[in-house]
Design a protein around this ligand. Structure first.
Ligand code: NDP
Length: 332
């Protein structure tokens, strides 16, 4: 019999999440059966901590639920011939060390995944965050060669891919991040301009200096005040992909404007929110494109790896505080 460990939401977050909002539970797993839903036993190897977990918990979870999230898991026992023991899959089973499954809710990693490539990248650059960058740029920003793309939270999981894909697409890229180390990283991976939004005199001035002609595309991961300032520096007919609003996720009281209508009208902007699952039917296309660029070295990846399942809440809180460069993951 296997005892799984799982992190549950003990108390709904009030403002910034605290470690005391989580509880570590033990769950006895059923033995495998030939029929039914208990055909596979899996152990999580890498778990993802993502910003969406903060607003999602508020909307869709109740206290006592296991924290949502995805993992790379290894098949430990199998009564399903489609999955061999030792194979790695992607699961969507939340913050737990072990789980059982019939296999229907699991996704295999692309069959051409190179042995030398860390499988944890399937939670990052060659996974959901990479796909967010890919479809957000292509389908919402509709970037074209020669255009200027602005991205914030630029050194993170999504932002770092946005900048590199925009460079591959022939654009000029400006990125903003919250530390000088992150700015140095952005320059290293090919951003044309990068600045620390926490230390510039004014954001308006820094955005203007980085691209005096303004921006054709704005990939917004942050929302709030940053977006209110950036919108005024869009070029006419600019496109804004509203990907995330991390500056607002921990607010107990909603922030107030300025409001977007006036610049939207006079600059004739397009602004569209999106969720990456809109393109689930094109997932394979996106993953193959990202995998190819990573293998060719055209897209560089960085991961912030926290060791130990017991440190999941700390890793999640650290990511929300901006401690990560690239994708924040936990190695069990
Ligand atoms: P990141 O790896 O970028 O980590 C979060 C980063 O956000 C931090 O490192 C920090 O970087 C920045 N940040 C945190 N708080 C603030 C704040 N108050 N103001 C400005 N920046 C802040 O996370 P992801 O790449 O996974 O996600 C980035 C965004 O994309 C999030 O908003 C997320 O919700 C969204 N997202 C949306 C998806 C969709 O389908 N629409 C899918 C995936 C992600 P810094 O030090 O630079 O401040």
């Amino acid at each position: 019999m296997v005892i799984a460990k799982a992190w549950v939401l003990k108390k709904h977050f009030d403002g910034f999440p605290k470690t005391s909002d989580f509880d570590l539970k033990k769950i006895e797993l059923p033995n495998l059966k030939d029929g039914g839903e208990q055909k596979l036993l899996l152990e999580s190897v890498f778990l993802s901590v993502d910003p969406y977990m903060r607003p999602y918990s508020q909307r869709y979870m109740k206290e006592g639920d296991i924290m949502i999230g995805t993992q790379i898991a290894r098949i430990v026992e199998s009564k399903n011939p489609a999955f061999t023991v030792g194979a790695f899959v992607m699961g969507d089973r939340g913050w737990r060390t072990h789980f059982v499954s019939d296999g229907k809710d699991l996704q295999l990693l692309p069959s051409n995944w190179p042995e030398s490539l860390p499988r944890s990248l399937a939670l990052g650059t060659v996974g959901m965050p990479g796909l967010t960058a890919y479809f957000g740029l292509l389908e919402i920003c509709k970037m074209k060669p020669g255009e200027t793309v602005l991205v914030n939270a630029a050194a993170g999981a999504v932002g770092s891919v946005v900048g590199q894909l925009a460079k591959i697409g022939g654009c000029k890229v400006v990125g903003c991040a919250g530390s000088d180390d992150k700015v140095a990283y952005l320059k290293k991976i090919g951003f044309d301009e990068a600045f620390n939004y926490k230390t510039v005199k004014t954001l308006d001035e820094a955005l203007h200096k980085a691209s005096p002609d303004g921006y054709d595309c704005f990939f917004d991961n942050v929302g709030g005040e940053f977006a209110s300032v950036a919108i005024n520096q869009m070029k006419k007919y600019g496109r804004i992909a509203v990907c995330g609003a991390i500056s607002q996720y921990n607010d107990s009281v909603p922030q107030k404007g300025p409001y977007v209508q006036i610049p939207m009208i006079f600059k004739e902007l397009q602004m569209e929110g999106f969720i990456v699952s809109r393109w689930n039917n094109r997932r394979e296309e996106g993953l193959q494109a990202l995998l190819k660029w990573v293998v060719e070295g055209k897209v560089k990846c960085h991961e912030q790896v926290t060791e130990g399942f017991e440190n999941m809440p700390m890793a999640f809180i650290g990511m929300l505080k901006g401690e990560n460069i690239g994708k924040a993951v936990v190695k069990v």
